[in-house]
Design a protein around this ligand. Structure first.
Ligand code: GAL
Length: 442
């Protein structure tokens, strides 16, 4: 069995190999070729021939509403075309980042009532399901679908334990982005083109917005606060220091973590007070509605702007969280075949659609992420997504905490609990820091 810390070096290796990904994307874009055939309308395996194929396929995600549902709908559209014999059943459970879905899923898995396939993040979160024996080795499907070579090798490593691959990646998201309303910035006397190279350099801008009576930084419920926290840790500790938080080489009790938590506390002081009752779409909506200036959120946010016909550069702007330019805070969604799935052939059909060029293109265009496949055509995607493709190719890749790449679900839950205590005033910074240190030791 792999040691837990194995996953972080894998992500670092991904960074080293990421350069060629862009070259490959560009090269293959010119020759749209046979690789797309794996998105064809064939059934997922020999057993699921037309005589046997069919039935309901329950797909469990947390893409229940808004722009996230539009992404799922786009994937379902391709599934219906590629596998018309199967019936998609939407098992989505609302709550950003799987905040409600993951607990419910675990109860179902433990009760022997799995969906036919479920969404899981590449990295430590997926390893939880593998270690618990809850998902099947699907390596054979990679040969059957001819997809061993269409994903970055290091992404596949994050889906693999002991040489067996356990899921199919649908996309790659970036979690360290700021989204901002240029009109609100101008009204506060700020230049929307200004860049900030550290959290400290950002504070005067937040003060300027606050002085105008607007929310300087919008945030929502606990998981979005953890998303903010991880970006502050990256900013203050640097990529090596941040990665060290997950492989044990950075001391959670150290002075640089104390400083980062101080910055986190300061940033939280600029946020909307109704945050704990909101999920990410409402916090991002505050930017669209001109009620807030800045929002730190993963790049699924861009899909919400686009859904509402907001134009990048005019209606909204974006930049990496101050102090994290050159770093790609990485996460990837992937789909599994649970042990005991009622319709494994249907699940395989779904996995084939997820893996296909057609499925990845349709899904990611709507979702704001970039395809996990390296042979997608960059010009199919939005301006923002093209910047993400470029960044993924040249930046340092680090694993997201809030989105399952860096830590197990148990560690993430403990960090979330400590964060909620801190941001609701139930603990002070010293207690928070010691609770974080205890959380990662779980
Ligand atoms: C992440 C997930 C993304 C997006 C986001 C907000 O965990 O990987 O695809 O859905 O949550 O819900």
């Amino acid at each position: 069995m792999k040691k837990p810390q194995h996953l972080v070096p894998d992500i670092l290796r991904m960074r080293k190999r990421a350069g060629p990904i862009v070259a490959l994307i560009v090269a293959l874009a010119i020759v749209p070729l046979a690789l797309a055939a794996c998105g064809g309308g064939t059934s997922s395996d020999g057993a699921s021939s037309s005589a046997k194929a069919g039935g309901d396929v329950e797909v469990f995600t947390w893409w229940a509403a808004g722009s996230e549902k539009l992404g799922l709908d786009a994937l379902v559209g391709v599934f219906k075309t590629q596998h018309p014999d199967y019936t998609f059943v939407n098992g989505a459970v609302a709550g950003g980042a799987g905040s409600a879905a993951k607990d419910l899923l675990q109860s179902r898995l433990q009760a022997g009532d799995p969906p036919d396939t479920f969404q899981a993040h590449a990295g430590k979160e997926l390893t939880d399901y593998i270690d618990a024996g809850q998902i099947e080795d699907i390596s054979a499907l990679y040969d059957e679908f001819k997809i061993r070579d269409v994903f970055p090798a290091d992404l596949l490593d994050l889906l693999t334990v002991d040489g067996k691959i356990y899921s199919v990646p649908s996309n790659i998201h970036r979690a360290n982005m700021v989204w901002a309303n240029p009109s609100v910035l101008k009204a506060a006397g700020l230049d929307p083109k200004a860049t900030y190279d550290s959290i400290d350099a950002w504070i005067p801008a937040l003060d300027a917005v606050k002085a105008k009576g607007k929310t300087a930084l919008s945030v929502a419920t606990t998981w979005t606060q953890v998303n903010l926290l991880e970006t502050v840790l990256i900013s203050d500790l640097g990529t090596d220091g941040y990665i060290g938080l997950w492989d044990g080489s950075t001391d959670w009790k150290g002075a640089d973590v104390t400083k980062a938590l101080g910055h986190f506390e300061k940033l939280m002081s600029y946020t909307n007070k109704d945050r704990d009752g909101l999920d990410w779409p409402e916090a991002t909506q505050m930017i669209i509605d001109g009620k807030a200036a800045f929002n730190v959120m993963g790049d699924w946010a861009v899909a919400a702007f686009e859904e509402q016909k907001q134009v990048a550069g005019k209606d909204f702007i974006y930049f990496p969280v101050p102090g994290t330019d050159g770093t790609f805070d990485f996460l990837a969604d992937s789909f599994t075949l649970p042990v005991g799935a009622k319709n494994p052939d249907g699940a395989k059909a779904w996995l084939e659609t997820v893996s296909s060029l057609e499925g990845q293109t349709a899904f990611n265009k709507a979702k704001g992420s970039i395809p996990a496949r390296t042979d997608a055509t960059p010009s199919d995607f939005s301006e923002y997504q093209q910047t993400a493709i470029t960044s993924f190719g040249k930046d340092t890749i680090v694993p997201s905490l809030a989105h399952g790449a860096a830590s197990s679900i148990a560690v993430l839950n403990a960090i979330a609990d400590a964060t909620s205590k801190f941001t609701t005033g139930a603990s002070d910074l010293k207690t928070y820091q010691s609770e974080l240190a205890a959380a990662v030791a779980l």
